[in-house]
Every structure is written in C-alpha cells, then in structure tokens.
Design a protein around this ligand. Structure first.
Ligand code: NAP
Ligand code: GLV
Length: 308
C-alpha cells in the first residue's frame, strides 16, 4: 500500500512521524513528492490542489483529514472510490470545548468584563441561571452530539436539529424543515454544526434570524458558506441578533478590511474550533486501512448522495 499525504495546513512532519510509527508497512509519500503516481493507491488529504486526483490513476481509497468534505466532493477529479471523513474523539472534544467557550462568553458577559477591566471599572452585570438559557444546535452528528453533552453538563437547556429524527438523552430533538421552524423561536443562542451541502448553504440568513428571539446569539463553527454575511450584519446592526461568534468564513483567511474584523458584536476565530491532531487521528486512519485491507465495511464513509 502506498499512501499520499497532502495538506497545505497540517504539519506534514508530525503526520509523517505518526503514520510511520503506527503504520510501518505502509509506504508514505508526502505531496508534492509523489514519486511514481501509478504507485499511489490511497490518499490522506485536506483541501488538496484542485484536480490532484486526475494524476493518480490507481487510487482505491481517499481519506479526509477533516470532518467536512464539501471541497473534495466539489472536485471533479475525485474518483468514484470510497471517501472516508475524519471522526476522532479529540476533534469532538475540541468542538464541544469551543462551543461551550462561546456560549459562556455571551451568557456570562465575558467581553463586557474584559472591557471593564481595561477601563479599571468594577462592573457587576446580572445573568440568568444556565438552566433558564436555551441553546439550539443545528446538526446533531459527531460534533453536535459532543457539544450537546458538554452544554447539558453545564446546565443549559439543549435543543438540536437534524435531517433524520433522533432520540438523545438530555436533548430535545427536532428534524426537518418543520422541526427547524419550531425550534428557532426558543433559542437564546444558536450554534451551527452542519455540513455544507446544497440544502444547508446559506441557511443562516435573514429569514432564519427573523425566527429567533430578538437579541439571540449566533455561533457558526460549520462552514462560512452556511452564512449570508450581509444578512448577519443587518441583523446585528438592527438589534435582531445580539452577537455572533464566527470561526469559519466564505473566504479564509478572512480578508483584511472585512467588516467582521471590527464589528463590536462579532467575535472572530481563525477556523480553530476543532483540529485534527495527528497522534489521535492516526488511529482512525489505521482502523480505516485495516478495514479496507480486510474488505470490511468502512466506518465514517461519506454518502455522496447526501453530500456528507
Ligand atoms: P456529521 O456527523 O455528519 O453530522 C452532521 C449533522 O448535520 C447530522 O446530524 C445531520 O443530520 C445534520 N444535517 C445534515 N444536513 C442536514 C439538513 N439538510 N437538515 C438538517 N440537518 C442536517 O458531521 P460532524 O462530524 O458533526 O461535522 C459537522 C461539520 O462541522 C463538518 O461538516 C464541518 O463543516 C464542520 N467542522 C468545523 C470545524 C471547525 O474547526 N470549525 C471542525 C470540524 C468540522 P442526520 O443526523 O439526520 O444525518
Ligand atoms: C474542519 O473544518 C473539518 O472539517 O475537520
């Protein structure tokens, strides 16, 4: 087996060490040093150069270093072979921590206290008990369920929305378009952890914001293209929304001069909510390769029809 690793942002050195240690019998090539492209039968990639797969005629398996695979699915050179996305406990833990951090930041006046400290002012502000604050999650998959568990442990009321109906401990579950309509008016904060698909692109728009309670907070850690940026700016400027934490953007890095950078009610983070850590994630790669070699069903295989 010969595996091609290709990522512009992951640490290739750390991955090389982790893969060599965990999978000593796999021959490793690191982009752009492909060697003979005919040798490559597996690829482990994050946002590879478009068209990359056209030059790899013997690929039998593609693994994504990320959970979201919309960029890979949009590449016409992606061959019709199994595509497996990243699912790892560490990724879920990171996302749950990010969501909790943002929820607490808005609920517990963290930014106001930072500003008061900067001004040398002792300023107490009232806040509701967590059990009276409702958090809605768009997406109840690997990451949504991890976030729900942590928010529940912090005492928040948790609602969640998915495509197919679910029954989860501690989460009031909604599904489908009617479920979304019913959930939104109850959400003090709304967290997007959806995959980017034809159905979810632009879902965070003026119409959705109008269904939320006035002053609600938006947290987007899904993808930038879930959000209609101009609608968010309008909703914040007229007070319909109270604030937004944004980790993902239509254009990344967020361009200099973009209005999000300096908006007083927007908090920007650089697509850092959840990372794929090589030492943990290599275990999923190893499990996928073992199953592939043995002809067993592959876990976390992307359903191309669904788009995630
Ligand atoms: P997942 O396990 O596939 O879960 C996706 C969830 O979204 C599922 O509950 C699914 O419903 C729901 N969903 C999909 N389409 C829907 C629709 N049209 N209507 C309602 N619900 C819909 O994915 P995941 O591992 O949790 O990851 C989610 C996303 O997080 C990724 O795709 C990626 O975009 C993003 N992400 C961001 C970061 C970051 O650092 N910011 C890191 C990792 C991932 P069903 O359960 O019914 O299928
Ligand atoms: C990161 O955004 C991922 O999809 O894993």
């Amino acid at each position: 087996m010969t595996l091609l690793f290709c990522s512009g942002i992951d640490n290739a050195g750390l991955w090389r060490d982790a893969l060599r240690r965990r999978l000593p019998d796999v021959t490793l090539r690191v982009w752009p040093e492909v060697g003979d492209p005919d040798d490559i039968d597996m690829a482990l990639v994050w946002q590879p150069p478009p068209g990359i797969f056209a030059g790899l005629p013997n690929l039998r398996l593609v693994m994504s270093l990320g959970a979201g695979v919309e960029t890979l699915l949009a590449d016409p050179s992606l061959p019709d072979v199994p595509l497996v996305r990243m699912v790892a406990d560490s990724l879920s833990d990171d996302m749950a921590g990010f969501v909790a951090l943002q929820v607490l930041r808005w609920h517990r006046h963290s930014d106001e206290f930072d500003a008061a400290q900067a001004a040398g002012v002792w300023r107490w502000l009232p806040y509701r008990p967590a059990r009276e604050v409702t958090i809605g999650l768009l997406g109840l998959g690997e990451l949504g369920q991890a976030a729900a568990a942590v928010l529940g442990a912090l005492g928040y009321r948790v609602l969640g929305w998915s495509r197919s109906p679910k029954h989860l401990n501690g989460v009031e579950c909604f599904a489908g378009p009617d479920g979304l309509e019913a959930m939104l008016p109850r959400c003090d904060q709304l967290v997007c952890l959806l995959p980017l698909t034809a159905d979810t692109r632009g879902i965070l728009d003026r119409r959705l914001f109008a269904r939320l309670p006035a002053g609600a907070v938006l947290i987007n850690a899904g993808r930038g293209d879930h959000l209609v940026e101009a609608d968010l700016l309008d909703a914040l400027d007229c007070g319909r929304l109270g604030g937004a934490s944004l980790d993902v953007f239509s254009e990344e890095p967020l361009p200099a001069g973009h209005p999000f950078w300096r908006h007083p009610r927007i908090r920007v983070s650089p697509h850092s909510a959840a990372a794929t850590h090589p030492a943990q994630a290599v275990e999923q790669v190893a499990a996928t390769l073992a199953a592939f070699r043995d002809g067993r069903p592959l876990a976390n295989r992307v359903d191309r029809g669904r788009g995630y």
